[in-house]
Design a protein around this ligand. Structure first.
Ligand SMILES: O=C(O)CCC(=O)C(=O)O
Ligand SMILES: [Fe+2]
Length: 197
């Protein structure tokens, strides 16, 4: 099993970013994608930007420990209870990342017209410097990072079944985004496991 000690930090300063490669086979990842596509309570996301509420084309869902509510982009969300598959993945990801999580945000990108703009996962409800593990399922997409003051940039292609881990002060100094691409016509689901206060 690859852990943080066995993989190199992909950013040069001000935080940690690790990739563990494809932790699931193509068949496993495809089957997970299919299960999530049909069994998750998908909802459109609402994002507040400069005081206005926007409804995203991308769909989201919150799962986690029972009875918890989370504040996320300006609104309160109640987490759905872990499904058996999500729980199984969560425990495997905890082993690999050597961290604990109590919530998972799922994102569904129908195709390359949907992405995620520059942001940091620095909400007050996230335990500061805690690990955020991100599992990609489905079609590959580019994940971009940029340092907020030094202009340093990094990009990686996230593949079907690939796990990455952001931790330390990364969310204070770097932003990340999923670039849109007209060429991409396939679907992708991303799971981010988080530790909420
Ligand atoms: O889809 C991804 O890989 C990124 C998701 C993300 O940054 C987030 O949910 O905060
Ligand atoms: Fe994020």
């Amino acid at each position: 099993m690859k852990t943080n000690e066995h993989v190199e930090n992909l950013i040069p300063f001000d935080g940690e970013l690790y990739s563990y490669g494809n932790i699931y086979s193509e068949e496993q990842a495809n089957s997970m994608l299919d299960t999530f596509l049909h069994s998750i309570a998908w909802d459109h996301d609402q994002v507040r930007l400069f005081g206005k509420t926007h409804i995203t084309a991308r769909k989201v869902a919150w799962y986690g420990d029972l009875g918890r509510t989370y504040r996320y982009s300006g609104s309160l969300k109640e987490a759905h209870a872990w499904t058996p598959l999500l729980w199984e993945i969560k425990t495997q990801v905890e082993d690999i990342c050597q961290a604990k999580y109590n919530a998972c945000l799922l994102n569904l990108y129908h195709d390359g017209n949907e992405g995620m703009g520059w942001h940091a996962d620095n909400e007050k409800s996230i335990v500061p410097h805690s690990s955020i593990a991100s599992l990609s399922l489905g079609c590959q997409r580019r994940f971009d990072l940029k340092h907020q003051t030094r202009g340093e940039k990094r990009s990686l292609i996230l593949e079907n079944g690939q796990l990455i881990n952001m931790k330390g002060p990364i969310q204070e100094h770097w932003k990340h985004a999923i670039a849109k691409s007209k060429k991409i016509q396939e679907l992708r689901i991303n799971l981010t496991f988080r530790l909420m206060i």
